[in-house]
Design a protein around this ligand. Structure first.
Ligand code: 5GP
Length: 209
């Protein structure tokens, strides 16, 4: 009989400027049983980022090698760079009961949901308005004008896809956004398909095991 609840895979998507990174950081800090799955990318490291914390930074050839060996479970291109989910960041953690948060593009979210239909839930983070979204992207001042335009364009395109997701969280006030994302994770932990070991111990009639 299994005594360890299998970890949840919470896939978070949303356009640049939705504030999903900030929401994820807050959730990871407040619960030791939730960790962030660090992806591989070919984009350059930005100021304030660190190898193995924000991303594993790879050359194109290194990235392609990880895809060829199957270490990258899914990958997508975004604004000219490749981003991919590492098998090592995911499977060992969920089998030990650790909940894992991934920050993915919409095609990445679709791919992980398909690969882990039982473990995965998806949430889309929305900004309070398109004007606010553009203001946030521009306010970060870390990209060139050309990269900014591309990100704003991508954001407007991506935002239309929120209906594909299990949940949506509007990130206007940060504390409320954190509360809502946290509520989703807590509720999902309590579904009975994720607690079959407890139901088994209670020996309930008709329990799903
Ligand atoms: P950024 O350059 O702002 O860190 O990330 C750009 C985009 O890449 C974000 O929308 C983020 O969700 C996405 N992303 C980061 N890692 C992965 C990954 O492993 N797979 C996919 N499909 N998208 C990712």
């Amino acid at each position: 009989m299994s005594t360890v609840r299998r970890g949840l895979i919470a896939v978070i998507s949303g356009p640049s400027g939705s504030g999903k990174g900030t929401l994820i950081n807050r959730i990871v800090k407040q619960d030791a049983n939730v960790c962030y799955a660090v992806s591989a990318t070919t984009r350059e490291m930005r100021y304030g980022e660190a190898e193995g914390v924000t991303y594993y930074y790879k050359s194109d050839a290194e990235f392609d090698q990880l895809v060829a060996t199957g270490e990258i479970l899914e990958w997508d291109s975004f604004c000219g760079y490749k981003y991919g989910t590492l098998r090592s960041e995911l499977e060992s953690k969920i089998s030990k009961g650790q909940d894992v948060i991934l920050d993915l593009t919409v095609p990445g979210a679709r791919a992980i949901k398909k690969a882990f239909p039982e473990d995965c839930i998806t949430a889309f983070i929305l900004p309070p308005s398109i004007e606010e979204l553009e203001k946030r992207i521009r306010g970060r001042q870390r990209e060139t004008e050309e990269q900014l335009k591309l990100r704003v364009h991508e954001a407007q395109r991506e935002i239309e896809l929120y209906r594909e997701f299990d949940y949506s969280v509007i990130n206007d006030d940060l504390d409320t956004g954190v509360d809502h994302l946290w509520a989703i994770i807590k509720a999902e932990r309590l579904t009975y398909k994720r607690n079959s070991d407890v139901l088994n111990r209670l020996n309930l009639k008709g329990a799903i095991v």
